[in-house]
Design a protein around this ligand. Structure first.
Ligand code: SF4
Length: 259
């Protein structure tokens, strides 16, 4: 969908210069999503490539993506962030991309809805930013893209739908990343049910207490408001009480009006 260079605006590596590969397709519908144009997979995709005029038609293969990365960062000084949408929909792409990036670090941003797919890529990525989603803010419509080329090879793993299914995949994903270079990110908004967030904190404390938890106050979008200071403080306190390493980091690239 996009290839561009910027700074990482979220998570444990906030502020780090990176090259971003944004992939089309997401099987979720988070209420605060700031990239809804990434949700569906167009029949005739067109990618925005920083530094090139217009848009590039057609499906981009990993080799072409890696070529654009090299063009934007010829000396290989930036890490690469693969984001979306949901990159775990495209494990073949991520895996092949890894083999083309040489010594560059590859960071994965994921909603953590596909643990089997994540497991298959743990050796391919150097950092995982794992979003933990409050169930009340989620929706997961059927995801069945049409007109995919054979090389696309999307994941065959289905997306969780019920609260119980989400609890199960969350546990599996936390177990996968607990001893890796990873962080758990939770987007927080105004008027959220506190228990929705403390459930996520409980799971991190029980299953992956080594992880840094990033509480990310939402950038207001589509009627979703940023949390009030006392709401942030209460959630920080809830994390501290659970002996978690917690950081509050808003979307820095948005604040700086960077891409
Ligand atoms: S997982 Fe990410 S891209 Fe998908 S709806 Fe949620 S915020 Fe948007």
């Amino acid at each position: 969908m996009e290839v561009f260079a910027s700074i990482q605006g979220e998570g444990a590596y906030v502020g780090e210069p990176q090259v971003f590969l944004r992939l089309f397709g997401c099987s979720l519908r988070c209420t605060w999503c700031d990239t809804p144009n990434s949700w569906s997979v167009p029949a005739a995709p067109r990618a925005r490539i920083a530094g090139l005029p217009g848009r590039e038609d057609g499906w981009m293969r990993p080799f072409e993506a890696a070529t654009h990365v090299s063009r934007l960062d010829p000396q290989g000084l930036r890490s690469v962030s693969v984001t979306g949408g949901e990159p775990l929909l495209w494990p073949a792409f991520v895996s092949e991309l890894r083999s083309l990036l040489g010594g560059r670090r590859l960071h994965l941003e994921t909603a953590g809805a596909h643990p089997r797919t994540l497991a298959s890529l743990m050796n391919a990525v150097d950092h995982v930013s794992l979003d933990l989603k409050p169930f009340a803010d989620l929706d997961a419509p059927e995801w069945s893209p049409e007109a995919l080329p054979p090389a696309a090879r999307p994941t065959s793993e289905s997306t969780p739908r019920t609260r119980e299914e989400w609890a199960e995949v969350r546990a599996l994903c936390l177990d996968l990343v607990r001893s890796a270079d990873a962080c758990a990110k939770i987007v927080i908004a105004a008027n959220q049910e506190r228990a929705e967030i403390t459930t996520l904190l409980d799971d991190v404390a029980a299953m992956a207490p080594e992880l840094t938890v990033i509480l990310q106050p939402v950038t207001p979008v589509g009627g979703i408001e940023a949390p009030r200071p006392r709401e942030i403080e209460a959630l920080v306190d809830a994390a501290v009480q659970r002996r978690l390493r917690v950081r509050v980091v808003p979307q820095v690239h948005r604040a700086l009006r960077l891409p």
